[in-house]
Design a protein. Structure first.
Length: 291
């Protein structure tokens, strides 16, 4: 079997088109959606992510407010700015690019963002709401994966889903979303005793590990849906310098039924969901202001 490829670029373009229409309608009502993006330091990967997010905003008709700070900035400076942004009615979404330099308490920074503007979905209150299956801003990467399942008609209720990775930004919220959708979910991580046992019985396998080409074809149940969240830059070998996922695409696609590529899979959906959350937040602000 050769898997059908889920085209994250195409799905993303379609959803971003709808988001741009909603942003234009809000702007016409006098509320242009606005996302504030805070970047601390010069981490090159973070700088690329922030640039991509800002560019995607502009393209969708969302105003972006980019705030850059040097790596040695005092945390109090950023906290004061967050308080200002929380209070600014023209700002609908606030994002602090992670990781932050060591002088910061990341959890405290995330908690300092107003729950109603937490478009990354990392605030403890939004995480708690998600765990209770209540309406919340959903973390963008796992939310983007759920959009892919929906677009492809992947049945989730009753499915055996295995998530490799238990980070706060991908693995755990992914597992919660799948649980809320009725899947039977297993979360694997570096301490898991028999990873193969789990992956080989998965109807849905999500890899969020951060290890290039870790999941190989022999680990996959024939016909499974395989979602590759990983973004890794190969350091050596013939493909050195190229991006690859956590899944060995060539061997996996011979076994899976549906598979996401890297690049062009989950990556573009992550930014799309950030734009969607910002537009949702702006829509709420417009309604609250009676516009
Ligand atoms: P983390 O490093 O925070 O988490 C990695 C997880 O993988 C951990 O839970 C770890 O287990 C687990 N793990 C590591 N080695 C193994 C192993 N040998 N067997 C089983 N599990 C293992 O990474 P993130 O969740 O932040 O990111 C994961 C990947 O997704 C990265 O490549 C990242 O770049 C990418 N990413 C992509 C995004 C996108 O938009 N497409 C967005 C965010 C991330 P343990 O907890 O025990 O250490």
């Amino acid at each position: 079997m050769t898997a059908r490829i889920i085209d994250g670029n195409a799905l993303s373009a379609r959803v971003r088109g709808e988001i741009a229409e909603r942003a234009a309608a809000l702007s016409a009502r006098g509320v242009q959606p606005c996302l504030a993006v805070i970047l601390v330091g010069e981490n090159p990967a973070s700088a690329v992510y922030v640039r991509n997010k800002v560019a995607a905003c502009e393209k969708a008709g969302i105003r972006s407010l980019r705030l850059d700070y040097p790596a040695d900035v005092a945390p109090a400076v950023v906290m004061t700015k967050l308080a200002e942004l929380n209070a600014d009615p023209a700002v609908h979404g606030i994002l602090v690019q992670l990781p932050l330099p060591p002088q910061f308490d990341e959890a405290a920074v995330l908690e300092a963002i107003s729950v109603s503007k937490d478009v990354d979905g990392f605030h403890a209150e939004n995480v708690g709401r998600l765990s209770q299956n209540q309406e919340a801003f959903l973390p963008c990467t796992p939310h983007g994966v759920m959009k892919m399942f929906e677009a492809e008609g992947v049945p989730l209720a009753g499915a055996e889903a295995v998530v490799i990775g238990r980070s706060n930004i991908v693995g755990k919220p992914m597992a919660m979303l799948l649980t809320n959708a009725g899947a039977t979910v297993t979360v694997c991580h570096s301490k898991t005793r028999d990873l193969l046992f789990h992956t080989r019985r998965a109807d849905i396998l999500v890899a969020a590990i951060g290890k290039p080409r870790f999941v190989t074809g022999d680990m996959i149940k024939p016909g499974a849906t395989v979602i590759d969240v990983g973004i890794n830059r190969l350091q050596s070998g013939p493909d050195a310098g190229k991006l690859c996922g956590d899944v060995d695409f060539d061997s996996a696609r011979e076994v899976a039924g549906l598979i996401t590529p890297v690049p062009g899979g989950v990556g573009p959906m992550t930014i799309t969901m950030l734009l969607e959350n910002t537009v949702i937040s702006a829509g709420r602000a417009a309604s609250a202001a009676g516009k």
